[in-house]
Ligand binder design. Sequence first.
Ligand code: PMP
Length: 402
Amino acid sequence: PPDVVPQAPEDPLFGLMAAYRADPFDKKVDLGIGAYRDNDAKPWVLPVVKKILRNDPALNHEYLPISGLESFTSAAAKLILGADSPALLEKRAHSIQTISGTGAVHLGALFLKRFYPGQPSVYFSSPTWANHNQIFSNIGIPIQTYPYFSKATKGLDFDGMKQAIAAAPDRSIILLHACAHNPTGVDPTQDQWRELAALLKQKSHFPFFDCAYQGFASGDLARDAWAIRYFVSQGFELCIAQSFAKNFGLYGERAGAFHFVTGPSPDAAKTISRIGSQLQQLQRSEISNPPAYGARIASLILNDATLFAEWEANLREMSGRIISMRQALRARLEELGTPGTWNHITDQIGMFSFTGLSETQVRELRDVAHVYMTKNGRISMAGLNTHNLEYFARAVDRVVRG
Ligand code: PMP
């Protein structure tokens, strides 16, 4: 019958992008999608990536293996775990190339649904990246949340987070953002990560790290991977979804990886081989094999010391511009005397700031000032630049004063 398929709601973020594009106003501001923009609000092809594209030696269009490009996945594993990771030295990690970070979260969820004993729930931070909900509910893993963001301090609700994780049934799956939490820009400190690791250990929970912003949070790749490396050093069995969309500017190329690390044990090599075989079988039926182009670009850069250093400089340029926009926005709102406190804008890190603006204020900013942001008050800091910052600050000042 014609009416069996109901209309699905439009994706809020992609809907926002479409509305922005359709708006003819010349001073419109796009603070919606988490994609880096240069100071002229243009997408930025990283100079090191541009160079690779020009010099691409013998490009062909053959299939990759089911697990993807080995030179890419092995370099991706070193990047996130550290070259001297016990998991790599003891060969108890399995890495597989995925359709960017989304595909890695999906493959991980699918694997856990099939093989994790006891059909546990997954616990997400409240709030989290909206797609986490869709991916895990499509796969049929029950979803619970833990408190994360304190409205009062616009920082971490660490006590609430710990209480919920402590109250979760043993052996639950706990989804953690490795760095630059989306949407809040609020991360635990290293001491808080240590406490969380002890708590997860005590509860035998399974950490599922989502890492979409390595190098974006601090401009330092190792520092942004600290939490994951710490958990691995504590002997956890865990998994990691890794995206190269933001840190290589390869959004549309869908370059990513999924890593499974099993804990140290005499049988670890056999365990990881079985896990790897199942991941490959799932991958074959899901996507057959992953896309080649972005992985080749990332692999060339990750495996060459000179290109790697250039990439790090490009990363520092992006994270540095974002940090300078944070400083400028906070300073301007404070100069204007905009009611409220604005220190959270510089305290928060990574791509986003959770401004604390209400849904009504967000609506008003869009209707009156043509400023586009998600209704939870999140702004993509990379959408700000020296040309539109004053306009945006004044618009915020107006709506906050009401
Ligand atoms: N996880 C989080 C928390 C994200 O913010 C993103 C990007 N918006 C992703 C995963 C994955 O993005 P992609 O599939 O483009 O790599």
